[in-house]
Design a protein around this ligand. Sequence first.
Ligand code: LUZ
Ligand code: MOS
Length: 753
Amino acid sequence: MKTMHNIDSYTHVRGESLFVDDIITRQDTLFGLVFDAPKAHGKIKSVNYRKAEALEGIVKIFTYEDIIGENQIGGILPDEPLWAEDEVHFWGQPIAFIVAESETIAKKARQLIDIEIEELPVITTAKEAKTKGSFINAPRSFSLGNTEEAFNNCDYMLEGETFSNGQEHLYLETQGCYAIPQENGSIKLISSTQGPTAIQKIAARVLGVPMHKIEVDVTRLGGGFGGKEDQATPWAVMTAVAVQHLGKPVKYILNRHDDLRMTGKRHPYSSFFKIGLNKELKIIAFEAEFLQNSGAAADLSPAIAERTLFHATNSYFVPNVKTSVYSCKTNLPPNTAFRGFGGPQGMFVIESAIAAAADHIGVDKRLIQEANLLAENDEFSYGQIATQVEAESTWFSAKNTFKLETLEQEIIAFNENNELFKKGISLMPIAFGISFTNTPMNHARALVHIYQDGSVGVSTGAVEMGQSVNTKMLQVAQDILGISAAKVKLETTNTTRVANTSPSAASSTADLNGKAVQMACNALLDRLTKVAAEMIEEDVTTITIQNDRVHIHGKESKLSWEDLIAQAMLERVALSENAHYATPIINFDKTKEKGHPFAYHVYGTAITTVTVDCMRGIYEIDAVKIVHDFGKSMNIGIDLGQVEGALAQGIGWMTLEEIAYGNDGRLLSNALSTYKVPDIFSAPRMIETVPLETAGNDMAIFKSKAVGEPPLMYGIGTYFAIQQAVKAFNKKYKLKFHAPFTPEKVLMALYEK
Ligand code: LUZ
Ligand code: MOS
C-alpha cells in the first residue's frame, strides 16, 4: 500500500505554515470585533454606541444600516441576518461590528455599548420547540415497506427515547478573515473557510456587488470539522463590508471565547424509536422520529436532517422503515455541519433500539446486529440498492482477526473476579454514504499548469484543513504525469482560479477534486505523449512517462521530462488544462424521497472494550480494534490518521463532551475548563486498524474510498461498551440512551436502584 507524508508536515513542525493570522498585514490594517446579543431572545429597544464611538482609535461601528446590498447570509433558507435589526434570536447573535486601530481599543469599545432588550420567551430544547410548533421548515419522512402491518407480525416490540448532545468543533485555528481592498471596488478575502465560494456569493449579496468583485483565497485551515462549511461566512462578510466603506484592510480573528459563544455546533437530537423483531432476531420494522435542535436559523440544518434519515438504519437491512425528522427552531446559535453531518445522530438511535431490544429479549446486542447486517442488493429506505457491500465482510473479519470469542471470555472472567471494576465490550458496524446528499453539489474542477521548466502548479476547489487533501491531489498529479513529487506544487484555493466550488465537505473532497486533477493531467499527458512520439519517432501507443522520463514499451528512453516540456513549448502546445468532474449516476427525487444519492458507501466494524471503575464512575477505553473498508487506499498513513482522529472525536462526543446552555440560552460550557475534550488520557489505550482487502470502487479516486467522516461513528461503540460494564455491576440499571455517557452519569447508573 502506498503512503506519503503530509506535504505540510515540514512547515507545520517548524511553525512556518501560514494561517490567516500569520499573513503579514498592511501597515494601515484595521481590526474588527463583533458586538453580540447579551440575551437569547428579545426585541432590541435601543443600542447606544456614543461612548464607544467617542473612544480614541475607533474608526467606525457598523450595523445593519450600513449594508448596501441585502442583510441576509442564509445559505439554504434566507432566514439569517448578518447583523440583527430589531430582534435577537440567540445569545451571541452579531448586532454590530466595531472597527478600530487595534484589537485592544475595539475590546474596550465593546464594553461601552449599552443595549436595552425587551426579553421574549426562550426555547433551548428541540422537544419544547416541537410542542410550541417552532420549526425551521417542513418535516421530512422516508419510508420503505409498511411498518404498521409489520409491527403486527413481530414477536418483540420495543419503544424508547434517546438523546445525543451537541459537540463543539474546537478547530485549533478559530474563525477569522483578513480583507484587503483591491482596485475599482474589488476586495480580496483571506479566510479560514471550507467554502470559499459560499463566502464569495454571500459577500457579493450583502455588499450589493457582482461576484467578480470578491476574491476569496485560502491557504489552509487549522481544522474545520464542518464548523467552517457555512459558519466562516459571517466574519468574512463583516470584514468585507468594512473594507467597502473604509477602503482599508480589515482583519478579524475571533478569540476562543467569542468563537465558542457565537458559533453553532453539532445538533443535539431528541429521538423516539419503535423496533419490532421476530424470534430469529430479524428486525422486521423500525420507526424513528428525530427532533433536531436546529438553533435560531436554518444554516445547514435541513441538509443535516436529511442525512439523519439516510443513515437511520446504519449498516442493517430493515424491510419496513418509517422515519421522520423535524428541524426544530430554538434560541441557540444556529447549529451546523459537524463531521458525520447528522449521520451519527441517526445511527445512535438504531444502535440504542437494538440495545433496548437485546436487553428486553435477554440476548447479546451483537446477535441482533449480526442477524441484520446489510447484504448485496438490499434496499435502503431511500431506494438505493446496496452493492459492493462490506457490512458482513468487515463484521466477520473483525470477529476473526481480533478473536472476539476470546475477548468475550476474558471479559466474563474479569467481571467474575472483580467486584469494583467491570469490563464491557461492543461491536459497532458502520455504513456511510459518500456524496453530498444534495446531488447538484457533487462536482469539482482543477486547473493544472506545467511551467516551461517542467515544474507543475495545481489548483483545485479543495480546501486543506489538516485532512491532507493537498497531499492526495499532489499524488494524483504526480502519478498521472509520471513525475516526482518535488515537481508538483499545490496552490492556494482561490475563487479566481477555480470557481463555483462546493465546500470541502461530505468526505468527498479528495474524490471530486482528485477526479478533476486526474482528468486535467490525462489531457496534458495525451498532448505530451504525442510530442514525445514525434521527437523519438515512435508510435504514440508505446509511450509512457515514468520517473521524470519518457519510456518506450516501459523502458527508459533518453528523453527527459524537462526536454519534452521545452520542446512542447517550442511547438506551442498548451501546457495548461482546466477539467471539470461531476459524479455520474447519482440522483435523488425529493418529491418521492427515493433515488440513488450516493456514489458508494464506506463500511467497517469496530470492537471496543472498556473498563469501568465502579467506585468512581470513571472509565478507560482499553482498546478499539477496527476492520475498515478503505477500498484501495492511495495513502494508508494519512487514511489511518483520519480513522484515529475521527474515532477520538466520536468517542469525545459519546463520553465527555457536554455542551450546556442555561434555560436563558446562555452557553455555560464556554471554556475548556467546563467543556472537556478527549486528551491522551481519555483516548483508547490501543487503537488497531486493519484494512479490509477489497476490489475498491471506481467512483473513488484511484479506488481509494473517502475516509473523512465514516470512522467517527466507530465512537458510538464506546457508549454501549460502557453500558454493558455498568449493567455487569448493577443488574437494576435500566438502560438509558442519553449521550454523552459522562463519568457523572456512569456513577449514577452504577448506583441506580
Ligand atoms: N455538507 C453538505 C455535508 O452540504 N452536504 C452533505 O451531504 C454533507 N455530508 C457530510 C458533510 N457535510
Ligand atoms: Mo462537513 S460535516 O463540513 O463534511
